[in-house]
Design a protein around this ligand. Structure first.
Ligand SMILES: [Fe+2]
Length: 316
């Protein structure tokens, strides 16, 4: 049920609001009780998805080898059968832009961001989005970073989240710039020695985690079906950081410049914005889309819930 007027989504009494966006912060929430995340609602959502509405992967859970991260298609099974395959298989589904697919989820995003604005001083955002993650027991999401501000909300099951500092060596500056330019994927080289500097959170239903912009992270599911969702956004500072990283990537790679300022204010920032705009909007950078090979379809009766099919390529 939606909360009554005096209920909030987040238990703000547990929050150290001064840490919001500055340090990884785990808070309590009640979104896991909403009907939009019931099994039947998720089954219905899965049945209506087009090819561009999701990413579906399987992976080797024992290694961190990107060659073992494979992409697949949902096929035409009923939603409940797809969920059954996730429960018993080795599958990770990300429903993209859920807020655009169904007004009920768009309303949830509006509620969440209205509450964040009301409780976090100076928090103003744009481009708010939601993605729903439905994933099998024990699957991994490999080490990566995201460009927008991110929050991970746990709805069902348990997962362990490792969050790393958003600086070198965990996040080399040149790598972040290439991700901003879409010249490389969000996945990054991972060294197990990084774990000594990670903050580790075991998320349960009704807990969410927000971390500072671009913090690398990786995720290991517990031995149970997991349902989570992400919300993402850009604050003004996030947007300026993106443009500076983008411009620095152009200057470093095209002009060989080094020791680039990361300032997001003053004349240096405005000059960088000019570089980014010139490169991004005058056609010097072609729209970069990722080409991926799809080589399996979901099948609850096959090992890992995936059945091989002849490979074909899709653009994302
Ligand atoms: Fe992520």
């Amino acid at each position: 049920m939606p909360p009554t007027a005096d209920q909030t989504i987040i238990d703000w009494t547990s929050a150290n609001i001064a840490d919001f966006g500055k340090a990884p912060l785990r808070l309590l929430h009640n979104m896991h009780t909403r009907p939009e995340f019931s099994e039947s609602a998720l089954a219905r959502l899965l049945e209506g998805l087009g090819r561009d509405d999701y990413q579906l992967t399987t992976m080797d859970t024992a290694s961190h080898d990107l060659r073992n991260w494979r992409e697949g298609e949902l096929g035409s099974l009923p939603g409940h059968d797809l969920l059954e395959a996730v429960k018993t298989g080795r599958i990770w589904i990300l429903i993209l832009g859920t807020d655009k697919l169904d007004p009920a989820y768009r309303e949830l995003v509006h509620e969440i961001y209205a509450e964040l604005r009301a409780h976090v001083p100076g928090f103003k955002t744009s481009r708010e989005k939601m993605g729903i993650l439905i994933s099998s027991p024990n699957v991994n999401v490999y080490y990566h970073c995201d460009i927008p501000g991110q929050t991970l909300w746990q709805v069902r099951g348990k997962k362990r989240v490792f969050v790393y500092p958003n600086r070198a060596p965990f996040l080399p500056q040149a790598t972040l710039e290439r991700i901003a330019l879409r010249e490389t994927y969000e996945f990054m080289p991972y060294d197990p020695a990084f774990d000594a500097d990670a903050m580790i959170f075991d998320l349960e239903p009704g807990q969410m985690l927000h971390w500072p912009l671009n913090c690398p992270h990786r995720i290991v599911n517990g031995n149970c079906l997991n349902v989570s969702f992400t919300t993402e956004h850009f604050t003004q500072s996030d947007r300026r950081t993106f443009f500076v990283n983008y411009a620095n990537g152009v200057l470093r790679q095209r002009l060989g410049r080094q020791n680039l300022s990361r300032s997001i204010a003053g004349p240096t920032y405005w000059a960088k914005l000019g570089v980014a705009a010139a490169y991004k909007f005058t056609g010097q950078q072609k729209k970069r889309r990722k080409v991926v090979t799809v080589d399996f379809v979901v099948d609850p009766r096959s090992p890992g819930g995936v059945r091989p099919i002849p490979g074909y390529q899709v653009q994302r």
